[in-house]
Design a binder for this molecule. Sequence first.
Ligand SMILES: Nc1ncnc2c1ncn2[C@@H]1O[C@H](COP(=O)(O)OP(=O)(O)OP(=O)(O)O)[C@@H](O)[C@H]1O
Length: 447
Amino acid sequence: MSSEDITIDRTAVAEIAPTNVEDSSMKAKATSLYDEIVKKNPFFAAGGGLMLLGSALAIARSAIKSGSAFAYRQLLIDLEIPSKDKSYLWFLQWVGKYPQRSSRQLSVETSFHQHDNGSVTTNFQFVPGPGRHLIKYKGAYMLIRRERSGKMVDMTNGSPFETVTLTTLYRDRHLFKDLLLEAKELATKQNEGKTVIYTSWGPEWRPFGQPKSKRLLNSVILDEGIAKTILNDVRDFMGNGNWYFDRGIPYRRGYLLHGPPGSGKTSFIQALAGHLDYNICILNLAEPNLTDDRLNHLMNHIPERSILLLEDVDAAFNKREQTKEKGFNSSGVTFSGLLNSLDGVTSSEETITFMTTNHPEKLDPAILRPGRIDFKQYIGNATLYQMEKMFMKFYPNEHEKCKEFIDYCKTVDKSKTISTAQLQGIFVMNKNDTNGAISMIKEVYRN
Ligand SMILES: Nc1ncnc2c1ncn2[C@@H]1O[C@H](COP(=O)(O)OP(=O)(O)OP(=O)(O)O)[C@@H](O)[C@H]1O
């Protein structure tokens, strides 16, 4: 080190020295102040200092917490799908088939698939069970949380309420819509060419079993011209939406099919729904725990593209009689409840309601007014026309035997009738035996 350096250093020391003197006196003051406040103060001695320290830490922790919640809100986005929403089942089906998925908690969903030849296969689908799962969708990671509410149980069907929450980066939020549309498309594709039959589960409509292969319209044999007349009327109604809207008339039409049991009323309505590419919502008004409120709610929440079928509509007209064993023995639906529900259906889509009854004489004339029932059709027991058609359907090419069968039926007293369901039963029991079918019908008529 040169002498010049030493000189400079000394000068620097000389400059700094007074400051250091000031500093050390300040430090001494601070120390004595600290001793005064902290060491000699009984409050601090009693742990107040620790309390202050704890509070400072708590504040810091809550600041970190709210900071991270803020960051979460800014960076991530959640989508909740409750089990009551339509898209819930679509999503579970979709994710069950999604390949890029990592889940360790699985739930099984068993379904039966009926093939066209009638055989049934069982399918097990593994869907994410309650817990956390991760998927990668269109390049974005999504966390799936499926949660079951332990306390809240859906009283109508005993199942716990569930939610699925999807979480992803805020910038990928548009993918939620893509994903749900994809799930809906998949569900629709699975139902293509099939008829979904909905039944009521408490206040909601739920698919009953797997979608069924469409029943061909001509497989239900009604008396001459009836099927065509009904089909034309429904088609005409469906094609005239604007006419109704322009005149402010509710866009709905009610049909009543009445007649003896087993004449094909329900089968025809199901086949008609399939023919029009509609699903069907079936509600039996004789159901003992169906109330006016439930009926009203269900009728106002019909799934899209569905025909509503109210079976045994006369049940609403039964007098409430009390029996010793069962209390009130009629259904919970009242006549005025049914009328209100029929009048109150508010849907932007068309509403097609079919009603069936075996006892039209029990219906109050109030239900028969247009707007409630616009089209009434009797579907009776088998006529000769239907007998011939059914015989030829079961035994194609057996023209001779068909003639023999019909000739015999012509001789039978007109007061003796047989339902088409009974007739089908005879043919089913004699699959390849026309003689067996002929002798069996003779037997039936004799008794
Ligand atoms: N006209 C018909 N053509 C073809 N099959 C029929 C016909 N009528 C009845 N069947 C068969 O009989 C069974 C019962 O028919 P369906 O339930 O449709 O009768 P329904 O008139 O609705 O009876 P209910 O009034 O008791 O409800 C079905 O398997 C159906 O296939």
